[in-house]
Write a protein that binds this ligand. Structure first.
Ligand SMILES: C[S@@+](CC[C@H](N)C(=O)[O-])C[C@H]1O[C@@H](n2cnc3c(N)ncnc32)[C@H](O)[C@@H]1O
Length: 358
């Protein structure tokens, strides 16, 4: 284990914080807010304060941006792998993965485990890559603390970058997705070395204590943060926004599927879906109402939402207004792009930022 040499002083400047956030190791994640960083940075700067909750943290980017702005940040997500990523990149102030540890993880296996090789044969990745994932875990299993978190975050990001479109809904022979991108052909072992270097470069101290929680938003104990940022799944008019279906492999990889059920009959060897009341049009209004009420004592509630989801902006404004009398809505035109096909949907949608204050 080694430590980052220079500790930086807390930075409040939006420009410096955005520059720092631009170094964040990017996970392609449904609904991630990388592109909205300048707008969110402006909003958080206007609100100020010292404590910040990113209640639906996903890729961890917004919590990291808030840390870069000088907040003491808590992140939360009901999936497990987001907390691993947030601990590695946001809670961790000083620990880096040394060249020696990276070499060990990339070297011969410490034991003969083969769970990933056998479970995901003909499902995800080539044989060599699956052997590497088992072998890397044979070393990571005996690691602890932030060192383990960075190693896992780098492994998770490696798998996500190598999987076409970054989602684990597609499996088997994916050669038709190969558009020549280096990420798709780079062996996972080499990915790991590069991703570990990216996480190492992202580690910094802002002089505040961070925390990463795994759990349902309704189970969070503390609620009176200066800023509560809500970025729930966007409930679509049809279907539902199911994160487990898309990212089940990353979720399992974050704890080696220990104690997890695998649905053997599914093509992609999924783990059971974790239902979310935010992901469905029938339950979203009640979920938002309860969430706003839960955080009514926060200094400000900031929520991201999309114009192609339910309910509409007027209804959200009304619901937020019941706990925060001053509600402002900012609209940002956003080229929403998910998928690498030339035929992939490219829709211009409005990304809303609701800001509720007393
Ligand atoms: C739109 S994404 C957040 C994206 C994130 N802001 C980013 O920039 O990457 C929504 C997240 O909410 C999580 N989630 C869904 N239902 C939840 C619940 N009931 N409690 C906590 N997290 C939940 C999902 O796992 C997903 O990571």
């Amino acid at each position: 284990m080694s430590t980052a040499v220079e500790l930086e002083s807390p930075m409040r400047s939006r420009v410096a914080a955005l520059a720092r956030a631009a170094t964040y190791p990017r996970l392609r994640y449904m609904g991630s807010k990388y592109k909205l960083a300048p707008h969110l940075g402006t909003v958080f700067n206007e609100i100020g304060g010292t404590t910040f909750l990113d209640a639906f943290s996903g890729s961890g980017f917004v919590g990291y941006l808030a840390k870069a702005m000088g907040y003491a940040v808590t992140t939360n997500d009901y999936l497990h792998f987001p907390s691993v990523i947030s601990r590695a990149s946001m809670v961790n102030d000083t620990t880096l993965l040394t060249d020696e540890v990276i070499a060990t993880i990339c070297g011969p296996a410490a034991d003969s485990r083969n769970f990933i090789q056998t479970t995901f044969r003909d499902v995800f990745f080539a044989e060599d890559d699956r052997v590497f994932l088992d072998s890397a875990w044979s070393h990571i299993d005996s690691m602890t603390g932030f060192e383990r978190d960075i190693a896992l975050a780098a492994l998770i990001l490696s798998a996500a970058r190598k999987q076409p479109r970054g989602v684990f809904t597609i499996s088997g022979d994916l050669s038709h997705y190969d558009d020549g991108r280096r990420d798709l052909s780079l062996p996972l072992r080499d990915h790991f070395r590069e991703r570990a270097a990216e996480y190492n470069a992202a580690v910094f101290s802002a002089g505040q204590e961070g925390r990463a929680v795994t759990g349902d938003v309704f189970d969070l104990a503390k609620t009176d943060y200066d800023v509560v940022y809500l970025d729930p799944p966007y409930a679509p008019p049809t279907d539902d926004a199911d994160y487990t279906k898309r990212y089940h492999f990353l979720e399992g990889l974050s704890d080696y599927w220990v104690g997890r059920e695998i649905m053997q009959k599914t093509k992609t060897k999924k783990i059971p879906k974790q239902a979310s009341v935010f992901a469905n049009k029938r339950t979203i209004e009640d979920a938002l109402e309860r969430t706003f009420d839960k955080f009514k004592d926060a200094g400000a509630i900031v929520m991201s939402y999309s114009s192609n989801a339910l309910p509409g902006d007027a209804r959200i404004k009304e619901l937020l207004g019941t706990v925060k009398p001053n509600v402002e809505v900012r609209m940002i035109d956003h080229q929403y792009h998910f998928g690498t096909h030339s035929t992939a949907a490219r829709r211009s949608v409005q990304e809303y930022i609701f800001i509720g204050r007393d």
